[in-house]
Design a protein around this ligand. Structure first.
Ligand SMILES: [Zn+2]
Length: 142
C-alpha cells in the first residue's frame, strides 16, 4: 500500500487515522469534565454523574486483554485471503477505564487473558481509490 493512498475508517468516530502510516492510531473516547470518567464509544451525557459537560478525548490504543473468542467467519467485508480463516474478537480494558470490543490480529495461540495489547490499523479493501481500515489489537511488542 503506497503512502499516497488515503485511508478512511470503516465507520467514523471510533479511532484516529494518523497521516504517518507507521504511527499508531488513537481511540476516540468521551471524558466527563465533572467526574473524570472515560467512555467508549463516545456519548453526550456522562453515565456516571449524568453531566452533559463531556468532551472528546483521544487516548493511545493500548490496554490489557480481558476476554476473547475466535470467530470462524471471514473478517467483515474484507477481500484479503488472510482474513478468510476467521478472526479473534477481544474485550480490551483501556487504562482510562473503558472496555473495547475489537478484532484481534494473528492467531488464537498468540493470546492469553491479561496480556498487554496495542492497536493498529488494518486495511480491509479498496473503495473509490481509498483504503477502508479498521482498528484491531495485537500483543504489545509484536
Ligand atoms: Zn461524570
Amino acid at each position: 500500500m503506497s503512502q499516497a493512498t488515503l485511508r478512511v475508517p470503516i465507520k467514523p468516530g471510533y479511532f484516529t487515522i494518523p497521516d504517518d502510516h507507521a504511527a499508531a492510531p488513537e481511540v476516540i473516547c468521551t471524558r466527563c469534565e465533572d467526574c473524570g470518567e472515560y467512555f467508549f464509544p463516545q456519548r453526550l451525557v456522562c453515565a456516571k454523574c449524568l453531566s452533559r459537560n463531556t468532551k472528546e478525548a483521544r487516548v493511545p490504543a493500548r490496554g490489557t486483554l480481558y476476554a476473547y473468542t475466535w470467530v470462524h467467519m471471514p473478517l467483515f467485508g474484507s477481500m484479503k485471503m488472510e482474513h478468510m480463516e476467521g478472526y479473534g474478537v477481544g474485550q480490551i480494558d483501556l487504562p482510562e477505564g473503558p472496555r473495547l470490543q475489537v478484532p484481534l490480529a494473528g492467531k488464537r495461540d498468540d493470546y492469553t487473558i491479561g496480556m498487554p495489547l496495542t492497536g493498529e490499523l488494518e486495511g480491509l479493501r479498496e473503495e473509490n481509490g481509498q483504503e477502508v481500515v479498521i482498528i484491531r489489537f495485537k500483543p504489545a511488542g509484536s
